[in-house]
Write a protein that binds this ligand. Sequence first.
Ligand SMILES: [Zn+2]
Length: 433
Amino acid sequence: MFVTRPQSDYHINMKRKSTLQKWLIAVIAIIVFSPLVYWLTGIGQRAGGLSAAVVAADGTLHNSPKAEALHALVLPIRIEKLVVYPVLMFLLQFSGWAVRWRNRIERWTFRITRRENRWTRTLAAALFIAWVTVVITVIYLPFSIYGFVLRRQFGLSNQTFSAWGRDFSVGWGLGLLTNWVLYGGLFALINLSPRRWHLWAGAAFMAFAFGYILLEPVVITPLFYKITPLTDEALRHRIDTMAARAGITIDDVRVINASSKTSAVNAYFTGFGKASKIVLWDTLLKNHPPDEVDMVIAHEMGHWVHRHVLWYVLGGSSALWLGLFALRWWLNRVWRRMGWRSPGDVAAYPYLLGVVALVSALILPIANGISRAAENQADDFALKIGGKPQAAAQMFERFAVENVSMITVPEWEKIIFYTHPPLGERIRKAIGE
Ligand SMILES: [Zn+2]
C-alpha cells in the first residue's frame, strides 16, 4: 500500500525559501533595470534645452521647467529606493541566501587559515560584511552610474566619468569601513554582553558620532576636496562684525573647492564648542555678491548659536538607544526561527540593514520635521543678525537656479523628504509675506 506522509517542516521551509528566491531575483532585476527605464523616458536627455529661470515676466516665482523635469525623475527614484531597499534586504535574509553565504565564507576562511577559533571567526564575519556590501554595491551600480549621468544631464556636475569613478571608489571604501565599525562592532557587543549590549552600543554610537563629526572636516572632506582656511580679508572682516553683533566668536571658516566638481552652491556648519566650523563652497564665493554671501554665513551662524549639531547628535543617540532596546527584545524573540546561531550572528546583517532602512524611512517625517524647524530657526537668526532680507530672497532665487531646485512642492512631499523648507517658503519669509 502507498501511504503519503505529511510534509515535514523542513520541506515546507524549503518550498517557501525557493519561492522567496524567485522574488529575490525579481526584485534584483527591478533594481538593476529601473535606471534604464528612467533613462528611456528621455526626460534627462532633454534637460539641457530647458530653462532654469524661476522668475516669470510678471515677477512671480514658479518652478523652472528644468527643476520640474529633474523632480519628475528624482521623486520616483527616491520613493523606489525607500520601498525596495528594505524588501531586498529582507529577501536576502528569508530566502536563506544570507545564512548560506555566511556558511560558505566561514568554511572557506577556516580552510585557508587552517584554524577555527575566535580570530578566524571574526575574520569570517568581517569578510561576510564585506561580501554583502559588494553584492549591494553591484546591484545598485546601474543606479549609481545613472545618478552621475543625471547630474551631468542637468548641469549639476562637471566631473568626468573617471573622476566620478575615483570618488565613488573612495566613498565605497569609506562606506565599508563604516559598516565594519558600526555593524561589526554591534555584533561583537551582542556576543560580548548578551544582556546589556544595547546600553554599550548606544554609548559607543554616541562616541562614534562625536568622533566622526570632529574628524570629518580633517580626514574625510580632504579625500574629495581641497579644504583651506578663508583668505578673503574683506569677508573675514564682515564675518567678525556680524559675529560681534551676535555675541559669538567665529574663528574657523573654511572653503572647499567644490567648483572642481559642480556648479551647485552650498555651505554648512559643523562641529561643536571649540571645534565649530563654517564651511563654504567656493562656488558660493565666486557666483554670489557679498550681501548674499553674508546672509548665507548669518544662516550658518544661526546653527552655531543654537548648537544644532550638538543637539542633533544627542537627540539622535537618545532615539537610537530606545531603538536598540526594542531591537534587543526583537532579536531575542526571532533569532532561532531565522536560522541564526545566536542574536549576535553576523548572518543577521542583511536583516539588520533592512530593519534600519525601514525604521529610518518610517521616521523620515519626524527627522525631517525637526531638521526643517532647525533650518527655520537659522533663517530667522540670519534675518535678525544679517538684516538684508532682499539679499536673502535674491540668494534663494539664485539657489533654485544653480541647484535646479523646486520653489514649491506638494505638502506631503515636503513633510517626508525635505530637510529644508522649500525655497518658496524661505523667500516668502525673507520678504515678510
Ligand atoms: Zn542650514
